[in-house]
Design a protein around this ligand. Sequence first.
Ligand code: ZN
Length: 159
Amino acid sequence: MAGSIADTFKKRFDMPVFCTKCGAQNDDGSVVCSHCQATLPLVGYQPPQAQADYQSGYQPIQPPAPLYQPGGGQDWQARGANKKIAAGICGLLLGPFGVHKFILGYQTEGVIMLLVSLLSCGMLAIVMQVIGIVEGIMYLTKSDEEFVRTYVEGRKGWF
Ligand SMILES: [Zn+2]
């Protein structure tokens, strides 16, 4: 198989050279045309202009840029918007336990909600429940971008 690849490679560059003046076919490696004696283009030769274009257009290999990213090129899901649904639902259902706060990394706020609910023997849990529902709705109604800016990057602990 290696032989056939080498043959293909060789064949590709072992092409007859055509004279740019008279169009006569010359053997590969010929320097001057056998017909009109004109200088023949070398194999692999590029006109200076094309070479300059090639060099100016050359760039190191880079990962392909994504064609389109919503939110102005920001990947909001990767930046925390993926927590939005979980935090919102936990806010609605588990508000008194501060679970949605912990999901967002708000340890202090989560502990406060949990302790208020527990230390009041559940009497203030209803208040925490209301707060959780309101916050859960706020999380869920925000766009990914708003959510990230407000709660992930803005670190807005309450509402
Ligand atoms: Zn010629």
